[in-house]
Each structure stands twice: as structure tokens, then as C-alpha cells.
Write a protein that binds this ligand. Structure first.
Ligand SMILES: CC(C)(COP(=O)(O)OP(=O)(O)OC[C@H]1O[C@@H](n2cnc3c(N)ncnc32)[C@H](O)[C@@H]1OP(=O)(O)O)[C@@H](O)C(=O)NCCC(=O)NCCS
Length: 174
């Protein structure tokens, strides 16, 4: 699968973004979420069963971005535990990138967790992933640490993970 099947390239940047609809996606949409994830991440993409298992854990939510009303072009999965939110994954189909979809998904998910009480939102990203790091920095996230050799690349190389955070408020201190 090359991740391009069934997705039409956008006619134009402004039109494509105007058509994007972002909505919560439950376990019944695991197949669609997994298809977008595999299109975005290639061989590292998740199966529908893996997405279903993830969504079964309390505090986990998925958002799907739909372009052209029906075709799913982006996805994000988050987990909220008490006052800490986490971005578990974010992906946009290659042919729909640089149209603002990833940024909108990310902002919707982060805002959703903050509305539900998150004071901090965390994420991990490969330090070679310039696109994602630029998106997160533009959204106000900062590097708080590194996990050496956290990711294993297809060619066997190890890549460091950056741990990033954005703090939204103070807990009650209790
Ligand atoms: C990272 C990803 C989700 C971005 O999605 P996207 O829809 O293309 O992102 P947006 O169009 O909303 O971009 C928002 C901002 O992020 C930054 N950005 C996104 N792609 C970039 C790139 N290739 N190079 C540099 N900056 C980039 C820019 O600041 C951009 O704003 P601008 O277009 O006004 O300059 C997408 O590239 C993707 O799915 N990558 C593969 C999966 C992945 O790496 N996920 C993140 C794992 S932690």
C-alpha cells in the first residue's frame, strides 16, 4: 500500500483547507484511522487492531480530519490522564501536507485536552523530524529533554527522541 489510494489531491490550497472537517472518531472508525496512519507513516503505520486497543484505554481520544466531505486526510490520537495530556500520534496523508491540516488537528486536540483540564501537554518526536518539530514549536511547545536512541529506523539506525511540553496553567498544588 502506498497510502495514496482513494485520496484525491486537493484542487487548491485554500479550497482544501476550507473543506476540512475535524471530528472525534471512535473505535468504529479504527480502520479509517489506521489507513491514514499507514499513509502518513508507511511501514511503521498502525493496524486497525492496534488503534482499537489504544482507544480502549481510558482518556484516549482520536480526531479525524476529512477533506472533500468524505475522504479522511489526517488523524491525531491523544491521551489525557488527570492534568497531563499527551499526543500519541499525528499524521497527514502525504498529498494533503502543508495545507494547514496537521496544525489544525494538533490545535483542536490540544485545545480539547485543555478544555477537559489539562495543565500540561507532552509529546515525543524524532529529532530528525524537522516538519513535526516546526509544527510543535509554532504551537508553543518547547524541548524539555531527550531520550537517546529511542527510535529505531528501518536501516537499523537509532534516533534520539525529543520530549516536548507546553504548560497551560498551574495545578492546585495538592
Ligand atoms: C508532521 C505532519 C503531521 C505535518 O502535517 P501538515 O498538515 O503538513 O502540517 P501543516 O500544513 O499544518 O503545517 C503547520 C506548520 O508546521 C511546519 N511544517 C509542516 N511541514 C513542514 C515541513 N515539511 N518543513 C518545515 N516545516 C513544516 C510549518 O511551520 C507549518 O506552517 P507553514 O506551512 O505556515 O509554514 C506531516 O508532515 C506528517 O504527517 N508527517 C509524517 C508523520 C509524522 O512525522 N508525524 C509526527 C510524528 S511526532
Amino acid at each position: 500500500m502506498n497510502g495514496h489510494e482513494g485520496a484525491r489531491p486537493p484542487a487548491g490550497k485554500r479550497e482544501a483547507v476550507a473543506r476540512v472537517r475535524i471530528a472525534l472518531a471512535g473505535a468504529e472508525e479504527a480502520t479509517t484511522l489506521a489507513a491514514v496512519h499507514r499513509a502518513a507513516f508507511g511501514d511503521k503505520g498502525w493496524s486497525a487492531a492496534a488503534v482499537r486497543r489504544m482507544l480502549a484505554i481510558e482518556g484516549t481520544e482520536a480526531l479525524l480530519a476529512r477533506c472533500d466531505d468524505t475522504s479522511a486526510c489526517g488523524m491525531i490520537i491523544t491521551r489525557l490522564m488527570w492534568e497531563d495530556g499527551e499526543i500519541l500520534t499525528l499524521g497527514v496523508r502525504p498529498e494533503y501536507r502543508r495545507l494547514g491540516i496537521g496544525g489544525r488537528l494538533f490545535a483542536s486536540a490540544v485545545n480539547g485536552m485543555v478544555m477537559q483540564g489539562a495543565n500540561r501537554v507532552f509529546l515525543e518526536v524524532a529529532e530528525t523530524n524537522a516538519a513535526a518539530i516546526a509544527l510543535y514549536e509554532a504551537a508553543g511547545f518547547e524541548v524539555m529533554g531527550r531520550r537517546p536512541g529511542y527510535y529505531l529506523e528501518e536501516d537499523g539506525r537509532r534516533v534520539n527522541a525529543l520530549m516536548m511540553v507546553r504548560v497551560f496553567g498551574q495545578g492546585c498544588g495538592g
